[in-house]
Design a protein around this ligand. Structure first.
Ligand code: ARG
Length: 459
């Protein structure tokens, strides 16, 4: 394709390091879509005769079909998907195929292809994240009153409801989806027609190609058009944050399914056994979700480093954007699907959760709040009194609710029998009705609001 001034072909190793066909062949549908839009525009603008346009369009459709049906031969010496498609097109339609590359370059072509791929992928991730939100909101509604320990420092802190915990992830995913959509909106400018870097002297209609490919408008600066990979970086950043959310949840599932916690049960569908220890039920899917966040973050880091030293405009370094981006966004898609399956099948163990919720003096804050509310103690003093009561209960090896009134009164004489009403775990969670609090009424309202907003599917 570019051999005019070369006397010999590339060295074997040159071919190996230079070729991207092994991984950019997945851009074939986007590449052909871009070429169809480009050639239609060239025809409409009077740059190519209609006969050639029609021949090229038919030829491109044949190539697309060959690729879809697996009859296309991807040859490394053709370097990349752009040259592979054009070369086959030439075999099919003859010399007219050579006119397709008028007023464009592989630089604007590859930027367009990548944007189209990333855009479709972001749409898919958004829909998958919505699916996971729905599964979580359904679980939340079913477990609006199921109490569990809430943790800080992984120490029992205050009781919460299982539904409330699920809804925390619904909120995280809402922000993730916002980031996917923002990235999509910002990437939706078409680089095609920027040509190699400087634009072209042909009277092309970049608005027409942008519109044909579903972009909002053409990019405004030809140098930026071919040098920009922000859309990949931004999508990988959004993906990394989402992957971190999934990883945190996965970590919780790993902890919660351990025999020591036994908070929840994962289904057979999302666990594995051990070939030697019959009692084992390993949370492999959760572990892999946790691990794959590393690949996603790694792809972001890798591409940031590829880009950071590049002078404008295009450099071949940018070919290295692909494998990481493909791999990371696909990995996230798989993680979202696996997490959705795990959540749907997840069964909390309410008795164990309730027992754990009441242990570790999880209602100590409720006692302190009662001292403030009923006796008018300043919170700091109430905190001190409560600390002494926790110490007394712990010395006897009993819960706060089991500490006799006389011992309570030894710490603060004005305490009455009424205090016991706030010491139960159920009372504790029901009282947390502040906006965003864990009270079952709040959880039901929030879960219902989310399910309405998400609709039956895909909202
Ligand atoms: N395979 C190349 C890439 O992925 C396409 C662009 C090649 N451009 C060039 N001037 N060699 O970046």
């Amino acid at each position: 394709m570019w051999g005019g001034r070369f006397a010999s072909g590339p060295a074997e190793i040159m071919e190996e390091i230079n070729a991207s066909i092994g991984f950019d062949k997945r851009l074939a549908p986007q590449d052909i879509r871009g070429s169809l839009a480009h050639v239609a525009m060239l025809g409409a603008a009077g740059i190519l005769p209609h006969g050639d346009v029609a021949a090229i369009q038919d030829g491109l459709k044949t190539v697309a079909e060959e690729i879809e049906t697996g009859r296309f031969e991807f040859r490394r010496e053709l370097e990349d998907i752009h040259m592979a498609v054009e070369s086959r097109l030439t075999e099919i339609v003859g010399p007219a195929a050579g006119r397709l590359h008028t007023a464009r370059s592989r630089n604007d072509q590859v930027a367009t292809d990548m944007k189209l791929w990333v855009r479709d992928t972001l749409d898919g991730l958004d829909a998958q994240a919505a699916e996971l939100q729905r599964a979580l909101a359904e679980k939340a509604l079913a477990h609006a009153t199921t109490v569990m320990p809430g943790f800080t420092h992984l120490q029992s802190a205050q009781p919460v409801t299982f539904g409330h915990h699920c809804l925390a992830y619904v909120e995280m995913l809402a922000r993730d989806r916002g980031r996917f959509r923002d990235a999509r909106a910002r990437l939706n400018e078409c680089p095609l027609g920027a040509a190699a870097l400087a634009g072209t002297s042909f009277p092309i209609d970049r608005h027409a190609t942008a519109q044909a490919l579903g972009f909002d408008r053409p990019t405004a600066n030809s140098l930026d058009s071919v040098a920009d990979r922000d859309f990949a970086l931004e999508s990988l950043s959004a993906a990394s944050i989402c992957a971190v959310h999934l990883s945190r949840f996965a970590e919780e599932l790993v902890i919660w399914t351990s025999a020591q916690f036994n908070f929840v049960k994962l289904s057979d569908g999302y666990t594995t056994g051990s070939s030697i220890m019959p009692q084992k039920r390993n949370p492999d899917a959760a572990e892999l979700v946790r691990a794959k966040s590393g690949r996603v973050i790694g792809a972001l880091t890798g591409l940031l480093i590829v880009m950071k030293g590049l002078p404008l405009a295009y450099s071949k370094d940018m070919q290295e954007d692909k494998e990481g981006t493909f791999d990371a966004l696909q990995a996230l898609s798989l993680c979202l699907a696996a997490m959705t399956g795990m959540v749907r099948d997840l069964e909390p163990n309410p008795d164990i959760l309730a027992r754990a919720a009441g242990s570790g003096y999880a209602t100590a804050t409720d006692l302190a709040d009662w001292l403030v509310r009923e006796l008018g103690l300043p919170f700091r003093e109430a905190h001190h009194v409560t600390g002494r009561l926790v110490g007394a209960a712990s010395a006897k090896g009993v819960g706060l609710e089991e500490l006799p009134l006389s011992e309570m009164q030894a710490a603060e004489p004005r305490i009455t029998q009424a205090v016991y009403a706030v010491l139960g775990v159920e009372n504790s969670v029901s009282s947390r009705t502040s906006h965003g609090g864990t009270a079952p009424d709040n959880v039901r309202a929030q879960a219902t609001r989310w399910l309405d907003a998400l609709g039956a599917s895909g909202a």
